[in-house]
Design a protein around this ligand. Structure first.
Ligand code: NDP
Length: 416
């Protein structure tokens, strides 16, 4: 499969465009479509500035409302795109997926579908939207890889790798997401504040003893000893990948933990308790209707603007506990990513970089047939070895820490 249509022109799309350009010998022409044409054009300018383009192929910007399925179908056909990387807002997933099913293009995204009107969905979330189109994908022989950013995405592949290669049985997977970076601003979110806060204001679901457990945000705290950061404090958080891994892996306990500093928690709690994270409109004294969350979003720094000053590293991985050869063991599969190195390479911070690179790696595996399965899958259902090996060469290196020590994981070399 050849020619990629990137939907969205935000922080993740920026990385996706650079990485597609670096690999356009495999991926072919690159088209970027979003509501605001100038944002697509700015990404194209940055690709040219960094000299990312490998081969002289099309790199073109388009204005598109991706909620409009017919317009999206038209663009897929007009650009001869056989792979669509949807890194627009998560409200677009079902429309873009429909356009792919109707045109036969492969579909990739990095986040679960969200309905703007619903803050809290019943688990497993994928069953409310994406999985309802499984049969349609299969009938149309359309490859759809869901949630192929870092988390969800790479962490799903890490779990699958560890299950297949390091254990006879697994009792728990703790996904640990640490951003030990600093952007130097008073308060900011690393991606769209609206999406980011929705993650923390709804019920925190965890998978415990083969059942869903509902928790509140910042209710459960856990300290970990992580590479690079040492001891670090995290809080149980709800996250997309639990909603597929719980159904696909047969592991009784799967949890997601994210690091937060005290300052972040304080500011977040003040905003939340004042009602400023609400999506419900309020009327001002002058009779104007405003959505508090939209006002907060308007006054916070644009996440993309954080990149130039961002320093420090992200450490994200899976801590897996289980039995091998009758003995209990613990394995950490993880990645370390440096904010400044990402900025130097593609002009982005590490959060966008770690989400964008896996999506492009997946597109390349579809282009060369390895992951072109002609149906819908979450990442843990696919062979993780070629994915991890390819990302090792694309700037996201996987490491493993187990009883034998801490080393780069090359899944095509490592003996089980
Ligand atoms: P941004 O908010 O920066 O960008 C979203 C883009 O979507 C914008 O360019 C916006 O366009 C575009 N968009 C919104 N509505 C439409 C529409 N109707 N038609 C066309 N384009 C539209 O998001 P990010 O780049 O930070 O994140 C992108 C995705 O990646 C999100 O789904 C996010 O949840 C996910 N993500 C996943 C991670 C992972 O590890 N799995 C990590 C980080 C993010 P415009 O500006 O022109 O309105």
């Amino acid at each position: 499969k050849r020619n990629v249509l990137i939907i969205g022109a935000g922080g993740v799309a920026h990385v996706v465009a650079h990485k597609c350009a670096q690999n356009n010998a495999v991926l072919g022409d690159i088209h970027i479509a979003s509501r605001t044409l100038s944002k697509c054009q700015a990404i194209i300018d940055s690709v040219h500035e960094k000299g990312s383009l490998q081969q002289d192929r099309h790199l073109q910007a388009h204005a598109l409302d991706a909620m409009d399925i017919d317009a999206t179908k038209f663009l897929i056909r007009a650009t001869h795109s056989q792979i669509v990387i949807n890194v627009g807002s998560p409200f677009l997933n079902m429309s873009v997926l429909a356009a792919c099913i109707e045109t036969g293009a492969a579909y990739l995204d990095t986040a679960i579908h969200e309905d703007p009107a619903k803050v809290c969905e019943t688990p497993p979330w994928y069953a409310n939207y994406e999985w309802k189109r499984r049969d349609a994908c299969k009938d149309a022989r359309v490859t759809a890889v869901l949630g192929v950013g870092f988390d969800p995405g790479v962490v799903n592949a890490y779990a699958r790798y560890a299950l297949d290669n390091c254990f006879d049985s697994v009792d728990s997977i703790d996904i640990i997401d640490i951003n030990a970076g600093s952007h130097g601003r008073y308060f900011a979110t690393n991606f769209d504040p609206e999406i980011n806060f929705r993650e923390f204001t709804s019920t925190v679901w965890s998978w415990e003893n083969n059942a869903w457990k509902s928790n509140a945000m910042f209710e459960h705290r856990q300290d970990w000893d992580m590479p690079v950061t040492g001891k670090v404090t995290t809080y149980l958080t709800g996250h997309d990948e639990l909603h597929s891994m719980s159904q696909n892996l047969g592991v009784p306990n799967i949890r997601f933990w994210m690091s937060f500093g005290e300052h972040y928690i304080n500011v977040f709690n003040v905003l939340k308790n004042l009602g400023l994270l609400s999506e419900q409109p309020v009327r001002t004294a002058r009779g104007q209707e405003v959505v508090p969350l939209e006002v907060v979003k308007a006054v916070l720094p644009d996440p993309a603007s954080l990149a130039p000053a961002y320093t420090g590293k992200t450490v994200i991985g899976d801590l897996i506990k289980g039995i091998k050869g009758g003995r209990t063991q613990e394995v950490l599969v993880y990645n370390v990513c440096d904010h400044r190195a990402c900025y130097e390479e593609v002009g982005s911070q590490a959060i966008s970089y770690t989400a964008g690179v896996p999506a492009v790696a997946a597109a390349m595996l579809i282009a060369n047939g390895t992951w072109d399965i002609g149906e819908m899958a979450n990442v843990e259902e696919l062979d993780p070895a070629p994915f991890i090996a390819l990302m090792n060469r694309m700037g996201l290196v996987t490491r493993i820490r187990d009883a034998q020590g801490d080393r780069v994981l090359d899944p095509q070399q490592e003996a089980p």
